[in-house]
Design a binder for this molecule. Structure first.
Ligand SMILES: [Zn+2]
Length: 345
C-alpha cells in the first residue's frame, strides 16, 4: 500500500475552482429563489467541525460550530426541513412524495470533532444526520493518512481537530437518536480501476457497521467522490441502501439512488448560498458558467452527454472547436457543477 493511494492528484486549478464555486454560490444567492420541483431533495456534506484557529492555515474542509449553527438556523427560517437519509431513501424507493424543501445533512470521514462539536449544534436545531465513517480508523490516535491539512499531519493542531472517532463515540452518536452511521469504505483509499480491492474493502466496512453497530444495509459515500463504472457495479451488489457522490446537483424524484449528488458546505456558506444550492439555482448557474467557458456561450448546449464524458474527451472537443488559449485555460479551471475531476474528500 503506497501513500498515493490515500489521495487523488489535484490539478493546478483545484483551489482556484473552489474559490470560483464560492463566487458562483454568492452570485446564485442574488438570483430570485425558485420553487423546487416536487420531490426534489438537497444533500449537504460536511467534514471537520472545529473552532476557528488563531494562527496558521485554516483547517481544510472545516466549518466552525458557530457557522454550522447559523446555517441550520437559517435553513429553518427559509422553511427547509431536515430529513434522515434513510427516510429519504425509503420514500424514494416507495415513490412517496418528500416534504417540500427537504434536505439531508451528512458528514464524511469520521472525525472526533463531529462528536465533540457537531452533536450539540444538531441537537439544538433537532437536525438528523448521517455520518459516513472510514471504519478502518476507528480507535486510532493518528491523523487520517488522507488528511490534507498540514497542521494535522505534523500534529501541530490540537487532537480534536484531526483525530478519528472511537467506537464508544460512535455508539454515543447512535444513542443521540439523531445520527445514522454509513460506510465511507474501510481504508478510504483511491479505488479507481481497482474494483476487486474495493469489493473486499467495502465488505470489511459493512461487517464493522453490522457487527459492532447493528447497521444493516448501510448507506454509502464514495471517498474522494471517485467513481467509475466498475466501482458503481460493486456498490450496487453490496447491499448498500444508496450511494452518494460528490457531483453537485439536487436529487430529483426519479434519480438513481446509487448516484445521488451532494453539495459540499464551505466555511463561508450562509442561508442565502445554501438555499441557492438546495433549490437548484447554484447548479444551474454553474452549468451556465461552465458552458460559457467551454463553448463560448451560455445558451449553446454541449453535445448530449458531454458533462459526464472524461475530461480528456472534453478537452479534445474543445480543441476541435478551436477554442482560444485563454478560454482553454479558463475551462480547465472551471470544475463547476457536474465536473468529473472535482474531488471532495
Ligand atoms: Zn472522505
Amino acid at each position: 500500500m503506497t501513500e498515493h493511494e490515500y489521495s487523488l492528484p489535484r490539478s493546478r486549478g483545484f483551489h482556484l475552482r473552489r474559490r470560483l464555486r464560492r463566487l458562483v454560490a454568492r452570485c446564485a444567492a442574488r438570483m430570485s429563489p425558485r420553487a423546487a420541483p416536487p420531490g426534489q431533495l438537497g444533500i449537504l456534506t460536511y467534514h471537520r467541525i472545529v473552532p476557528p484557529v488563531l494562527a496558521g492555515d485554516r483547517p481544510s474542509w472545516a466549518v466552525t460550530p458557530a457557522r454550522l449553527s447559523q446555517q441550520l438556523s437559517a435553513l429553518r427560517t427559509y422553511g427547509y426541513r431536515p430529513l434522515p437519509l434513510t427516510e429519504a431513501c425509503r420514500a424514494h424507493r416507495r415513490r412517496e412524495p418528500l416534504a417540500a424543501r427537504a434536505f439531508v445533512v451528512t458528514f464524511d470521514d469520521g472525525y472526533e470533532n463531529n462528536y465533540l462539536h457537531a452533536v450539540p449544534v444538531l441537537q439544538r436545531w433537532d437536525t438528523p444526520a448521517t455520518l459516513f465513517v472510514a471504519t478502518g480508523y476507528l480507535d486510532t490516535c493518528v491523523p487520517f493518512p488522507f488528511d490534507d491539512w498540514p497542521a494535522a499531519q505534523t500534529r501541530q493542531a490540537p487532537p480534536d481537530y484531526w483525530r478519528p472517532l472511537t467506537r464508544d463515540q460512535c455508539h454515543g452518536l447512535q444513542t443521540t437518536g439523531l445520527f445514522e452511521l454509513g460506510s465511507h469504505t474501510h481504508s478510504h483509499r483511491n479505488f479507481l480501476q481497482r474494483a476487486e480491492e474495493f469489493r473486499a474493502d467495502l465488505a470489511c466496512s459493512f461487517a464493522v457497521l453490522r457487527d459492532e453497530f447493528g447497521v444493516e444495509s448501510p448507506s454509502f459515500s464514495y471517498p474522494f467522490g471517485a467513481i467509475d463504472p466498475d466501482l458503481d457495479g460493486v456498490v450496487r451488489h453490496s447491499g448498500a441502501s444508496c450511494a452518494l457522490t460528490s457531483f453537485e446537483r439536487c436529487v430529483a424524484s426519479d434519480d438513481d439512488p446509487f448516484a445521488w449528488g451532494r453539495f459540499n458546505v464551505e466555511y463561508d456558506d450562509d442561508g442565502a448560498t445554501l438555499t441557492a444550492k438546495l433549490d437548484g439555482r447554484y447548479s444551474a448557474l454553474c452549468n451556465k458558467v461552465r458552458r460559457w467557458l467551454v463553448f463560448g456561450t451560455a445558451s449553446r448546449r454541449p453535445a448530449a452527454g458531454s458533462p459526464s464524458l472524461p475530461s480528456t474527451v472534453r478537452t479534445s472537443q474543445r480543441e476541435r472547436a478551436g477554442t482560444s488559449c485563454t478560454r482553454e485555460i479558463s475551462a480547465r479551471l472551471c470544475g463547476l457543477g457536474a465536473s468529473d475531476d472535482d474531488h471532495i474528500r
